[in-house]
Design a protein around this ligand. Structure first.
Ligand code: DAH
Length: 346
């Protein structure tokens, strides 16, 4: 009992000199840990009379609770003190941006293609699509063969390819390569998009670049129809342009889809009446798409008897140009800060 009586006072004295969380934890275990005086008392309690056992037991319990309470309170105090201390020493200087700009440097921002890409990814994620990535350096299989473009196929000439010296590797000419790995790595039903850079060995002009951006999309399941394709494309375009858009499908040829289409939207500038943007036809060609060719499903390890799907390849640079009224694609890669800094999002 004597031990218990002096225990609390000693604890309080020691507690007053503690300034660190680690020391506090040590003190706690010194007093109420397994090797501490309280544990000792409890070990020796067997020699006491039943009466003594009761008073000793409840006193010890009470002490343990008091010490735990005091430790808890001190802990909060120490943590608050630590936070205050770190606020003092790790000050964030919010005036930094201004002073950097004063020195003529530019604050960072996102490239307009990145802005559109992230926006479209979000739209597809909200419709249950995954977002996949794929390598820029590809082999013939992923860029051509698996997509139903055999070596002798004239469609290989449709896309001027940057080949590596080994004649086996190339810079991907389209994001359709992402379809192949995407199919192999999952079981139907699935839906995903795959955005990224693509490369073509082409002469550049106001509407052609050697490096540009696409966003591939694919949905595979049982009974996927052209109706599904139109629904998803209309929803996408309404979200991008923030209004209802009218679309039409024209036949289009791509070896990896059958039937293949060109999806046009009614010109948003003249509302279909005809203007310079739509070259006076009232419609703007926006998005090639179609139902996935059975050969492509097969090369992705999918049974074309049981499943089918749609695919599309959205050109991102074109969208950026339409949204921001940019008349030359070459601005996008110019690296000119006067151009880039117009699209800051933060
Ligand atoms: N890969 C084609 C290109 O770059 C675009 C494309 C057309 C993608 C039709 C598709 C599609 O998924 O179904 O020219």
């Amino acid at each position: 009992m004597q031990v218990l009586e002096s225990l609390l006072d000693n604890f309080k004295t020691e507690l007053n000199s503690i300034h660190k969380v680690a020391d506090l934890l040590n003190l706690k275990s010194k007093y109420i840990g397994k090797q501490g005086p309280l544990a000792d008392v409890m070990k020796n309690i067997k020699d006491a009379t039943p009466e003594e056992k009761r008073t000793l037991g409840s006193k010890a319990n009470e002490l343990k609770n008091t010490i735990e309470d005091l430790v808890g309170k001190k802990m909060v105090e120490l943590e608050v003190a630590e936070i205050n201390q770190s606020l003092l020493t790790n000050k964030v200087d919010f005036s930094l941006t201004d002073s950097v700009l004063d020195k003529g440097l530019q604050a960072a921002g996102l490239h307009p293609v990145t802005i559109i890409q992230q926006e479209i990814e979000d739209i597809f994620i909200s419709m249950g699509f995954e977002v996949l990535d794929g390598p820029h350096i590809e082999d013939e299989f992923h860029n051509f063969e698996a997509l139903n473009i055999p070596a002798t196929h004239p469609a290989r000439d449709m896309q001027d390819t940057f080949w590596f010296a080994d004649k086996k590797h190339l810079l991907r000419t389209h994001t359709s390569t992402i379809q192949v790995r995407g199919m192999k790595e999952r079981k139907p039903p699935f839906r995903f998009v795959g955005p990224g850079k693509v490369f073509r060995c082409e002469r550049t002009d106001a509407s052609h670049e050697m490096v540009f951006h696409q966003l591939e999309g694919m949905m595979v399941g049982e009974n996927v129809s052209v109706g599904n394709l139109i629904y998803f494309m209309k929803t996408l375009l309404a979200e991008i342009f923030k209004r209802e858009v009218e679309v039409r499908l024209r036949p289009g040829f791509f070896p990896f889809v059958e039937p293949g289409f060109e999806l046009d939207i009614k010109c948003l500038i003249c509302n279909g009446k005809g203007c310079s943007v739509c070259k006076h036809v009232g419609w703007v060609e926006l998005l090639p798409c179609g139902l996935v060719h059975p050969n492509v499903l097969k090369s992705g390890g999918i049974d074309p008897e049981k499943y089918n799907g749609f695919a599309f390849g959205l050109g991102l640079d074109r969208l950026v140009m339409m949204r921001y009224g940019i008349d030359d694609i070459r601005h996008l890669h110019s690296g000119d800060l006067r151009f880039n800094s117009q699209f800051k999002t933060f």
